[in-house]
Write a new protein. Structure first.
Length: 319
């Protein structure tokens, strides 16, 4: 393997201290998964996709992947990376099934760990291709040949590796397994990019990722959501949370609803607009009632506060 020492020993100034940038939200989409008291898991999402600097909402979107008969993934962020990870996971699952035909060999936590591992593999490959390969190095050679390399070069490469960023992705892995001794649902939320985390959401009973995360999460918290709600209540709250999140830029207007039953199996209930229009009507009626109640509350506040505020009413005040 050829190696040009002069090329990598060029004098450089002092390296600046690297500070990791603040977390960045996913620019588009919203994905919501929640389970109900009977063990069912509902999956509600829009159809927005991201590819590099382009976002769009196709008529049919592959945002939700059924990994096994008992587990599925909901993806937000860079569509290309997510598709690559899903393909790697599916290949791994197919290989394991050839050895042992039992869906319960795949725990939900195991699926979440696999996602992280495959994401790390892709990241390592990109680092190797973009940072090390120009010097005829790979990761093993960079580590094993450090005595041959200058301190400046090692520090420079290490800094580039530290600064290397993958596009933002977020995924929900949800399903049922018998890892606790009984068949129960589980949900994990995974974020990769500037801010990385893997969170088990079993205690709250739901997970939300994407640009509409804060809006949907706030609504579910205000609804005092618990994992013990009946399935129809869970379904409506997830749908309502998605509709609330549509105020966020990048969240699509289409709404797809799926459900995994307590015994497994994954069913597409339909598009809320065309196949479940009654659900949209119920939500619109609720919003109209809220708006009416708000107007009445504001009017009552006007009457109650007359003469109590030590300021004059501004001419720019809206009714």
């Amino acid at each position: 393997m050829s190696f040009d020492r002069k090329r990598i020993e060029k004098p450089r100034g002092p390296m600046p201290i690297y500070r990791k940038p603040p977390p960045k939200d996913i620019d588009v989409t919203v994905c919501i998964a929640a389970f109900s008291g009977d063990g069912s898991i509902f999956a509600v999402s829009d159809r927005m996709l991201t590819a590099d600097d382009t976002t769009y909402e196709p008529k049919v979107s592959k945002k939700v992947f059924q990994l096994t008969a008992l587990c599925f993934a909901m993806n937000a962020g860079h569509d290309g990376i997510q598709a690559e990870i899903m393909g790697m996971m599916q290949a791994s699952i197919n290989g394991a099934m050839e050895q042992k035909k039992d869906w319960f060999q795949f725990s939900v936590k195991g699926m979440a760990d696999s996602y992280v591992e495959f994401h790390n593999q892709i990241k390592r490959k990109r680092i190797s291709d973009s940072i090390l390969a120009p010097f005829n190095l790979d990761q093993d050679a960079f580590i094993s040949r450090q005595k041959e390399l200058s301190d400046i070069f090692i520090r420079d490469i290490s800094d580039q590796v530290t600064r290397f960023e993958m596009p933002e992705t977020a995924t929900i892995i949800a399903g049922i397994d018998n890892s606790t001794g009984s068949i129960e649902p589980h949900i994990y939320a995974i974020k990769r990019g500037r801010y990385e985390s893997v969170v088990c959401c079993d205690a709250s009973g739901y997970a939300v990722v994407g640009a509409g995360e804060r809006h949907a999460d706030t609504y579910l918290m205000q609804s005092n959501f618990t994992r013990h709600f009946r399935n129809t209540k869970t379904l409506f709250l997830c749908y309502a949370a998605k509709r609330r999140s549509e105020v966020a830029p990048g969240v699509g207007r289409q709404t797809d609803i799926r459900v995994m039953g307590p015994a497994g199996g994954f069913s597409f209930l339909g598009d809320a607009k065309s196949q479940l229009p009654g659900l949209a009507d119920i939500y619109d009626k609720m919003i109209a009632t809220e708006q009416t109640a708000e107007k009445e509350a504001v009017y009552e506040t006007d009457e109650y506060m007359k003469g109590k505020l030590p300021i004059d009413k501004s001419g720019s005040d809206q009714k």
